[in-house]
Write a protein that binds this ligand. Structure first.
Ligand SMILES: Nc1ncnc2c1ncn2[C@@H]1O[C@H](COP(=O)(O)OP(=O)(O)OP(=O)(O)O)[C@@H](O)[C@H]1O
Length: 251
């Protein structure tokens, strides 16, 4: 993808004060591992149906941000609001029940269980009810239907990624957190995952962590760049300074 010509960097742009209309509003979130704070006052906003990308080099704090949003890691300070509801003190399962789906880096599938069993586990946030999600997931990822009875551990990396996304979709999330879905995946599957994200656009909001710049810029409507645990750039892909972006991502 051709990057746009250099335009102003929106460094240190003030976080949106109002949360009206936002599906997700992360406000000045700080997260620490023990005494070591790695996320410093990060503010991120996702509108309903919007695809938003978080970029940054290794160790910038992208995964920590997603874990702070889903509640695997607790906030040291700041707030996580979802659909106007303050989830900051809520455990991860409450956030999943509220409508946040999470596809962790490395996929987090259960290798000993079958593909179908993995998918059915994804129904937990909706009380085990399948109102057609399984067929929808099979339509999005036909290979999962073909391999439904197979042990998930035998799937290729790309198939496991599809399974992880499919499992998250079984819970009918309104926001999907995707941590590096293209990592270690062959180009044809990257295209397929890109197609799925495109097909989800408008129906479901996606907060995508991605190091693959072209993938991020092609798919996101708004981007944040994290450096050392802080947002240093943000804006729609067309207004991000291409040179500065490459420097921030060390490309
Ligand atoms: N369990 C942990 N205990 C202590 N420090 C951690 C832990 N997990 C991550 N960190 C540190 O927190 C910082 C941010 O890590 P994080 O995994 O969020 O970065 P990232 O941007 O997702 O990187 P990557 O692209 O490599 O996944 C890094 O300095 C990392 O070493």
């Amino acid at each position: 993808m051709k990057l746009p010509a250099a335009l102003p960097v929106l460094r240190g742009a003030a976080p949106p004060a109002d949360t009206a209309g936002a599906l997700l509003s992360v406000q000045q979130l700080s997260v620490a591992y023990g005494q070591s704070e790695v996320l410093h006052g990060v503010s991120v906003r996702v509108e309903p149906g919007q695809v938003v990308c978080v970029m940054g080099r290794n160790g910038a704090g992208k995964t920590t941000l997603l874990k702070g949003i889903i509640g695997i890691l607790r906030a040291r300070s700041g707030r996580v609001l979802f659909d106007g509801r303050d989830l900051t003190a809520e455990p991860a399962y409450s956030r999943a029940h509220a409508g946040i789906g999470y596809v962790p880096q490395g996929r987090g599938i259960f290798p000993q269980l079958s593909v179908l069993e993995n998918l059915l586990i994804g129904l937990e946030p909706v009380g085990g009810r399948d109102d057609g999600q399984l067929e929808e997931v099979f339509t999005l990822f036909p290979v999962l239907k073909q391999m439904a009875r197979r042990t998930a551990g035998v799937l290729s990396g790309g198939q496991q990624q599809q399974l992880a996304i499919g499992r998250a979709l079984m819970g009918r999330p309104r926001l999907l957190l995707l941590d590096e879905p293209t990592e270690g995946i062959q180009p044809s599957i990257v295209e397929q995952i890109e197609g799925v994200i495109a097909s989800l656009k408008g129906r479901l909001a996606v907060l995508l962590v991605e190091q693959f710049l072209d993938f991020a810029l092609a798919n996101a409507e708004y981007c944040y760049v994290l450096e050392s645990g802080s947002v240093t750039m943000e804006g729609p892909p067309a207004v991000l300074d291409a040179q500065r972006l490459r420097e921030a991502l060390a490309i």
